[in-house]
Each structure stands twice: as structure tokens, then as C-alpha cells.
Design a protein around this ligand. Sequence first.
Ligand SMILES: O=C(O)CCC(=O)C(=O)O
Ligand SMILES: [Fe+2]
Length: 259
Amino acid sequence: MLDFKDYMYLSGSVVNSKYKEETELTRLANEFEEKGFVTMPDFFMAEYFDLVKDESIRLSKMRTEKQFTMPGYETPRFLSVIGGKQILNNSFVFSALYINAEVKSVLSSIVSRSLYTVDHEEEFMVVNFLERSGGTHGWHLDDPQYALVSILQAPDHSMGGYLEVIPEWKKFCAELGMNYMTDTNKAVPIAYEQGRVKNIHHNAGDCYVLNAGDCLHRVAPISGETNRIILNMAFDHRSKIDYGATADILYGEKEGALI
Ligand SMILES: O=C(O)CCC(=O)C(=O)O
Ligand SMILES: [Fe+2]
């Protein structure tokens, strides 16, 4: 049952006022430009964050467990997922949040570009769950340029599940004479040696913006009894994007729900 609060996702103000101040937006835009990612604690107002978190729990029964090596990158996927198509069919709240004008406007200020929503029916918005020891979302680039990731549940840093980022990945691989996709497992150790890998822990309630088309990224494996849940909303400065096969492989084909 929808109530008035749910409609606020569509039309209303859901972002904390701090992220609408000119000086803060300029600071975030500069940090994003310099590093390729930026963290925003308490991005959504508390009441909306709680509703988003509850919505992820409500939808969680639709998640599909995946465990395979992604072709091309040859990196592990060991997580449970809900793709965009299922979200669109089952969640007004998430669908409305994705087209909330305020969210897009704040994001647009941070990446210093006007943005389009993304027309890939699975990849425009996904919910990912790490819930088994060893669970990880291995190294990759996203097809859409920008990811706005909301951390809904997070383990302590000591239990893994932190984000690792290697900025300007394609440029780095080109300089090494390597392929940015098929040589990932060769190039990542070199990036570690050269101190290029950034390690960022997020707490529940944080959102981060990532230049996900330029920065190679992964979520490090979790260990022990813990959970990590995120909502990823994708945006792009291009109206049309060339998609690879990775999103369809991860989110497209359903292998039966877990529960
Ligand atoms: O879980 C995260 O923080 C990253 C998610 C991600 O890389 C993706 O959905 O493409
Ligand atoms: Fe990603």
C-alpha cells in the first residue's frame, strides 16, 4: 500500500539539505574531479533512508544468488542480485527515487555534467547483496559512466566488503600496453605495487558517487557472518550507451530465487 511518503520519492525533497548548499556541492565536485569518486554520509534524509532500506528488505525475497567468473574481466561474482526489470515491476519507491529530480540535479552538480537516466532495462538500477563468507563483486567497469550507490547495510571494515577503486583504468592499461578488460588480472597487481588502489570503507547511510566507466572497482570479499546491501542507480552524460554483455550476464538470466 502506498502512502503519501512514497509519493515524495517521485516529486519531493529527499536529499539532506547539506547536499544542496553551493559551497558543499563545489567541494564535492572538486573532490570528484580529482579522485573519480566521493562519499556522502547521510545523503538521504533519515526518514527516506529508512524507507529505502526497508524496501530493499521487502524486495530481498526476489534476489537471485550468483556465483561465477565474469567472462572478459575473468573476475569473481559471488553475490545475490535484483536487476532493474524486477525492481521496475515490483517497487514504486525505487522506481520513483530513480527519476526524482532532486537526486539527479545534485548528482549532476557533483559530476559537473547534465545527466540522462540509463536505458538498459537491467543495469539502470540494481540491488546487490553480499551475504556469504567470501562474497564479493569482483573487478569491473560499469557501462554507464556514473554510479550513485546507496549503502543500506554494511559490515565493519575488519570484515571486508569495502570498495576498492583504481582511477583512470583505461589510461593506465593503455600505458602498460594491456587490454583494459582481458588483462585485468595482470594489471591489477601492478596497480597495487604502484599504490594506485584506493580502499574506501562505507557505513550504512553513506552514498557514494563513482566515475564507474573510468575507475576499475570491486567490493572486497566479506568474511564471516555479515551482510552488505547496496542500491546502485546509474546515470550517464550520453543519451545512448553501447552496452557490453556483463550486465545481462549478472542480472539478466534468472537461475531461480534463493528463498
Ligand atoms: O557494491 C558496490 O559498492 C559497488 C556496486 C557495483 O560496482 C555495481 O553495481 O556495478
Ligand atoms: Fe560497478
